[in-house]
Design a protein around this ligand. Sequence first.
Ligand code: SAM
Length: 358
Amino acid sequence: MINSKSEVGSMLKVGLHKERVNSYLEGKNIFPVTLELDLTSECTRVCPECPSINSAKHHHLTIDFLEKLFANLKGQTSGLLLTGGEPTMSLLFPKVLENARRFGFQEIAVVTNGSLINRSHVADALLKYATTIRLSMYDWEDNSKGGVGSTLKRIEFLRQRIDREGSELKIGASALTSASRVGQLDSLVERLRTAGVHWIYFHPLCSKWGLGSPELADQDGVSAKIEQIRAGRNGGNDVFFIRERYQNTDLRFNGYHAAHFLLVVGADGLNYLAPEVKYQSKFVIADFHEDDRLDILWDARRLDLISSIHSQSYSALQSRHRSILYNHFLEGLLRQEKNSLEDFKIAAKTRFSFPHIL
Ligand SMILES: C[S@@+](CC[C@H](N)C(=O)[O-])C[C@H]1O[C@@H](n2cnc3c(N)ncnc32)[C@H](O)[C@@H]1O
C-alpha cells in the first residue's frame, strides 16, 4: 500500500505546484510539471475506442528525438508519464527509462496493459528506474472473455520481485467504470489486493474517444460504490478516483491553461493540446520535429492555439478528463474566484503520491 494519507489524483493536484501556478497567473512562461509521452502507438491489444489504434500508420519515437526533448526539459520538468500505444512494446523501453533518470526526471510512471511486464528486459527496467506502473485491467467485468487470471499472475510475479529485490517500484492498477460494472467492483478490488497491487484507481469508461469527442458511459452509482469501498471494513486507503470526473458540475474556461503544465507528445513527435485529444490533427499545437529549440514551448503560434480553446466549443469537454478539470481549476484562479482560491490552499496541504505525475 502507498502512504495511507495521500491521494493519487484530484482536480487540485496541479495546485500543488504553487510557485509554477503563481508564475503562470502572473503571465510568465513556465515549464511543464509533467511530460506525457507515447514511445509507440502500437499495442498488444486492439481496443475499439482507443485513439492510438485508429491511426492509419503506426509511429515510434527515436532515441535521438527523446534525448533532445529530455535535454530541453532537464532540471525543470520532474515527472515523466509513459503511455501509448503499449510503452513496454517499444524496443527502446529500458534505454528510455535509464535516460529519463540520467536527464533528471524524479518520478517515472508507466501506464501499461501489463502483457509484457514479466519479460526480463521490461521488468528489470521497471524495478530499477520506474516509480510506479499503472496497470490497466481489461475484461475483468466479463468472465466470458477469459477474465484477468493471467494479468493477476503477472502482477503477483512482479510484486514478488519487488519484495525480494527491495525495489521502490509501486504497482498500481486501473479499471474503467460504468453503471453496469458497479456490482463487480468489490471482487475486483479483492483480487487486485490479493495479487499484491499497492494502489487501485478507477476512471470512467468513455465512448467516441478515438474521434476526439469522448463521452462518459453511464456512471450511475459508481462514485457511491467507490466511496463505500474507500470507507470499507477492509480499509480503502489504497483505492482512488477523481471525484469531479463523476460529477456533473459546470466546467468553464477561456484558454486551455493545463497545456502549460502537462506536455503531451504523441508517438508521431507532435505536441497535442491534451491527453483526451491525442492524435486529433486539429489539436496539434507544436511539432517537435520541426523545431527542437527550447522556446518552442512559448512560440506565439502555440500560445495562440492554447488560448483559442474555450469550454463552450471544446469537443472533448464531456469526457471530464483530468486535464480538463485542472484547466477549470486554473481558470477559477485566473478569475480570482473565491472557491478556487480556497481550493488552492487545500491543494497545498493535501499529500499526493507521485506529485510530479499530473
Ligand atoms: C490507451 S491506454 C495506453 C496505455 C496502455 N496500452 C494501457 O492499456 O494501459 C491508456 C489508458 O486508456 C484507458 N482506456 C482504454 N479504453 C478506454 C475507454 N474506452 N475510455 C476511457 N479510457 C480508456 C486505459 O484503461 C488506460 O488506462
